[in-house]
Design a protein around this ligand. Sequence first.
Ligand SMILES: *Cc1c(COP(=O)(O)O)cnc(C)c1O
Length: 377
Amino acid sequence: MDKNIQMVDLKIQYQNIEEEIDTAIKDVLTGAHYINGPQVNEFETNLGSFLGDVKVVGCANGTDALQIAFMALGLKPGDEVIVPSFTYVATAEVIGLLGLIPVMVDVDPFTFNITAELIEPAITSKTKAIVPVHLFGQCADMEPIIELAKKHGLKIVEDTAQALSAVYTFSDGRSLKAGTMGDIGCTSFFPSKNLGCFGDGGALYTNDKLLAEQIKMVANHGQRKKYYHEVLGINSRLDTLQAAILNVKLPYLKSYSEDREKAASFYDKGLQDIGGITLPVRSPKSSHVFHQYTLRVANGKRDELQQFLKNQGIPSMIYYPLPLFEQEAFKNIGRVVGKQDITISLCKEVLSLPIHPEITQETQEYIINQIKTFFNG
Ligand SMILES: *Cc1c(COP(=O)(O)O)cnc(C)c1O
């Protein structure tokens, strides 16, 4: 058994498309347009059509994308933004940095995402935006969230760093990709994301042309015309080199997602009869691109299982061990609304197993058998 099991295997993914990647990189090196080279615009166009004819603006990383989104929407210090308590810190960090107030709400026990029912009691006269995070690769239930946002005049910024290419289906049968349903979608091309580059990268998308202009301006020192600065902006660019790599990888994203889904189904089948764990629940309204395959391990056994797997050469990760509101950095920032039972229990129970497009059934069988051994002896 190959004991070099990884959460994601970036080396194999590169080797499978090595020639194409090397050529694309060489083109950037010889073209020498290292900043804002033609590959950046090309990628923005390619990703825009992949997502269904939306405007895409590249930036330096997913965290910047979120910051640029709130700046482009013109949010002001003291404005409230509703976020899930159970998420990666980046979502709420930039809200705090901008002097906005993150208002944290609990999540759904099945999808681990926020819902309209959980958001509604958190809305006040200061609320300006909602940030659904499509966690682990599955869309939040967006239709009721969009209705709620309309009713209260709120903006929606989707954090789709983990769900690029997931598809949500509305009750009238319309389908839209994650990140294209609200006002702005934000994503990350961090190497281990479903579409990863070879360093940092990110992007924002929107259906609104004027908003796309605003986003571009904020990401480029607040200027439309060089050396004429209309607003305070930041400097956040997608490198030409990363854009060239992403242009090569984007056509593979569909098959990457399909392979992740196949691997998830294989785990589902192998792990279905084990008591004491809950398998990922698939929402009937969203496809799942399985950025993570996350178990819930009951009865305080999570850490023990993780150690047992580690001893067998199997890595696993705890995304996330602490609710936002228990993080030291958020002690004096933001507000918590409603009971937080689900978030608190998820932080004690979640365990993400290795999953990536290149994982073999042999590796998965080994992992499944070790989990069975742990529970059944
Ligand atoms: C990865 C991630 C981000 C941030 O992306 P970076 O490119 O690392 O800045 C934001 N939100 C979520 C949910 C993420 O998983």
